[in-house]
Design a binder for this molecule. Structure first.
Ligand SMILES: Nc1nc2c(c(=O)[nH]1)N[C@H]1C(S)=C(S)[C@@H](COP(=O)(O)OP(=O)(O)OC[C@H]3O[C@@H](n4cnc5c(=O)[nH]c(N)nc54)[C@H](O)[C@@H]3O)O[C@H]1N2
Ligand SMILES: Nc1nc2c(c(=O)[nH]1)N[C@H]1C(S)=C(S)[C@@H](COP(=O)(O)OP(=O)(O)OC[C@H]3O[C@@H](n4cnc5c(=O)[nH]c(N)nc54)[C@H](O)[C@@H]3O)O[C@H]1N2
Ligand SMILES: [Mo]
Length: 687
């Protein structure tokens, strides 16, 4: 809720009537006014007048850019796009977007229509969670989850690779309530997060070994007959194959990989299966490893064999977004059929994680233009040196639609000013709960800012695209999104959302009561059952049950001889990926530029707290300050994501991460990274 006085927003608050967020905001959004009215906001279209690349860590435009009008900017963009299309084909143009706004319209609607009609390359948006989604769906068929409100009924809560306190605070009060009633909170994470610090039981795990742990737990559960034979019989397929498979994962074997003791693995399995209801909050950390898809697959099997989906406060929560994907008409918002008009076929697809390759390795056609919005790839993409090498290409025409002068605008030919969510209207789904929401426009756009929807509507008009869909207003598009026959949307329309702000999807005729998506089967798989054996995986040449394969870039792989430390290239508790990392009021809450390491690893390298260290591998190096705080075990180090240009060497941890993809879902492997650390010697360092 935003209070506006004389056209200026003066206050932002949580909505006390919202059953999940319950009137409080996370620390960063509580300071959102600082972001909207920051003196560093990008307010006008600009054109580059200096060579590409960062200039002295600047967060303002000068001396790199010169102000131009929207007309000049649009003329230049459309003429370059037309020229590139005629010379190289329209697929030489690549959109690049991700999580800037998750609004339904400003996230994916007019932009997609525009690029489809243009015949541009398609972007495979894999940077966050596609491995987890593929792993989860291989079992459940659909991305549904235990709703947060049910956690108060749980008696055993496992936070598995899930930094609830830092990244998902709105779930926390439900856990506090459950614990007041006696629930136990277990945290499985290689990093001692804020969540781990206040858990009842913290199990540090070796990075990338979660599939082994889940298989070990199933070994104990099945061999001790703690599974729910009735649920398994009615609602799963492949249990016998799973039973055979888990025999290879005795707690003794699993202990060697995971670093968790045999006694603890056994105790965890027994407690999870017998203290009911038990819920698993598994999050993305588990799937940012080479074997992340199979890890999520293995973990997802747990509530399917214990039958915990039947219980209020049982089941598993990864993401609830599958409900919105099923209910809303996203296809009509995006209009993929427009590609036929442009090309007569679907355009080629480029994986966003492999931007470095896409920009540097000659493909047919080569990428000659990049339009970035909702994203800061120069900072968030893995293998940053390759990304910035590509972005530096003088022949690459780069347009960036942004709110700030980010690491990516440092390489833009044209920058365009973007609105914040205060300045445009949107429909919002969610991935942590089941409420559909309307976010109204609170204030007029600052300066000459335009929303993503407006930008792409205008670009379509300038390109001469005459299709009706480009003339749709925001309200018309919201109506399109809501106009499905899906029963979950029954009785929900724009007018009601405008009046009520948020409405829970209708899972029941009486519209209330807990949602138990798989209490009676109803899985979204081809068999309609939880697939412990998967024909689709088999046909892709993958293991149809689930196996644990140690990541190559881990202590188990060959490269560990040269680079013995496993790096967790994590998110900051007070930033949102790199968003907010440029605001001083938020920087105060975060200590940036640290390398957290264990005392043993520090000592053997002659490093003491506060030393400047060089962290390096074959891909690059970065300068950080050593912090020895017991957050990680021997063999693991940790550093956090922020704007690259704010750090002393002008680089962030993504110079160390790789473009290698996960086993399922072609996602990024931000947490399978080997490095070495040494004291920083100015002459020896390359930055
Ligand atoms: N404050 C804050 N909140 C955020 C974000 C942010 O940047 N800052 N980002 C948002 C976004 S885009 C996302 S996707 C979500 C992600 O939220 P989370 O799913 O919580 O994702 P991560 O922080 O990537 O990872 C969670 C935890 O997994 C741990 N981990 C790393 N490797 C492993 C492993 O191999 N095994 C296990 N068991 N754990 C491992 C990490 O140490 C981390 O504590 O958060 C959202 N919320
Ligand atoms: N090392 C490492 N790298 C990571 C991760 C990690 O944990 N470790 N996490 C990964 C994950 S999970 C994710 S989701 C990605 C996130 O990658 P991105 O989505 O690129 O994340 P941000 O850094 O938040 O950048 C979003 C940008 O969009 C801009 N923006 C916000 N709203 C709007 C809008 O309405 N319009 C336009 N045009 N722009 C807008 C913001 O100003 C911001 O600069 O990063 C990934 N990268
Ligand atoms: Mo993400």
């Amino acid at each position: 809720m935003i209070t506006v006085d004389n056209g200026r927003a003066t206050r932002i608050q949580g909505d006390p009537a919202h059953p999940v967020t319950r009137g409080f905001l996370c620390a960063k959004v509580a300071k959102y006014l600082d972001r909207v009215y920051s003196p560093d906001r990008l307010l006008y279209p600009m054109r580059r007048i200096a060579p590409k690349g960062p200039v002295g860590g600047g967060v303002r435009a000068t001396p790199t850019f010169q102000r131009i009008t929207w007309d000049q900017a649009l003329d230049e963009i459309t003429s370059r796009f037309k020229q590139i299309s005629s010379e190289f084909g329209s697929e030489a143009i690549l959109p690049y977007s991700y999580g800037g706004t998750l609004g339904v319209l400003n996230g994916a609607s007019m932009d997609r229509r525009f690029f489809h009609r243009l015949g541009a390359s398609q972007l495979d948006r894999t940077i966050c969670s596609t491995a987890g989604e593929a792993g989860l769906k291989s079992v459940l068929g659909i991305k549904l989850a235990t709703e947060p409100e049910q956690f108060v009924h749980s008696r055993y809560i496992i936070a598995w690779a899930s930094n609830i306190h830092g990244n998902n605070v709105h779930l926390w009060p439900f856990i506090v309530e459950a614990r007041r009633k006696g629930a136990k909170l277990v945290v499985i994470d290689p990093y001692r997060t804020r969540t781990a610090a206040c858990a009842d039981w913290y199990l540090p795990i070796n990075p990338g070994t979660d599939a082994a742990l889940a298989l070990g737990m199933m070994n104990v559960i099945i061999n001790e007959n703690l599974h729910d034979a009735d649920y398994v019989e009615h609602y799963t397929v492949g249990f016998e194959q799973l039973r055979t498979n888990v025999q290879g994962y005795s707690p003794e074997r699993v202990s060697k990989w995971t670093g968790i003791s045999v006694a603890d693995i056994t105790k965890l399995a027994r407690e999870y299966a017998t203290i009911r209801p038990a819920v698993i909050r598994v999050n993305d950390g588990v799937q940012r490893s080479e074997g992340g898809g199979m890890a999520m697959r293995a973990i997802t099997m747990l509530p399917c064999i214990t039958g915990s989906w039947k219980e209020v406060g049982g089941g598993l929560q990864y993401a609830t977004s599958g409900a919105f994907a099923a209910a809303l008409d996203k296809e009509t918002l995006k209009r993929p059929d427009l590609m036929d008009a442009a090309l007569g076929r679907p355009a080629r697809t480029i994986n966003m994680v492999e931007l470095g390759k896409a920009l540097n390795i000659l493909s047919d056609p080569p990428v000659k233009a990049l339009l970035v919005y909702n994203s800061n790839p120069a900072a968030v993409c893995p293998d940053q040196n390759e990304v910035t090498r590509g972005l530096r290409r003088p022949d690459l025409f780069t347009v960036v639609h942004e709110q700030f002068f980010t690491d990516t605008t440092d390489y833009a030919d044209i920058v365009l000013p973007a609105t914040t969510f205060f300045e445009h209207k949107d429909l919002q789904g969610a991935y942590g709960h089941y409420f559909l929401q309307m976010s109204d426009q609170a204030i007029e756009p600052l300066g000459e800012c335009r929303s993503n929807v407006d930008l792409f509507r205008t670009l379509a008009e300038r390109m001469g695209f005459r299709d009706e869909c480009f003339r749709e207003s925001v309200d018309q598009m919201i109506d399109v999104a809501l106009n499905t026959k899906n029963p979950w949307l029954e009785g929900i329309d724009r007018k009601r959302l405008e009046a009520e702000g948020h409405i829970r999807l209708n899972f029941h005729a009486d519209k209330t009561g807990p949602f138990l998506p798989f209490a009676h089967g109803n899985f979204g798989t081809a068999s309609g059952k939880a697939e412990l054996y998967s024909e689709p995986l088999k046909s892709q040449g993958l293991d149809p049950v689930v196996q644990f394969t140690p990541p190559e870039e881990s202590r188990h792989g060959e490269q560990a001889k040269t680079f013995p430390l496993e790096l967790l290239a994590r998110k900051a508790d007070n930033f949102l990926n790199t968003t907010f990392s440029n605001l001083s009021s938020i920087q105060e809450m975060e200590e940036p530029g640290l390398l957290e390491l264990n005392a043993t690893d520090a000592r053997s390298r002659g490093i003491v707290e506060g030393d400047t260290v060089r962290v390096f591998n074959r891909r690059g190096d970065v300068r950080l300050i050593a912090k020895i705080n017991g957050a990680v075990q021997t063999g693991v180090v940790c550093a956090k994501l922020a704007w690259a240009k704010l750090s002393p060497g002008g680089q962030n941890i993504n110079v160390l991460t790789s473009q290698k993809l996960t086993d399922l879902g072609n996602s990024a492997t931000f947490y399978s990274v080997l490095v070495e650390v040494e004291l920083f010697k100015p002459a020896a360092a390359s930055n």
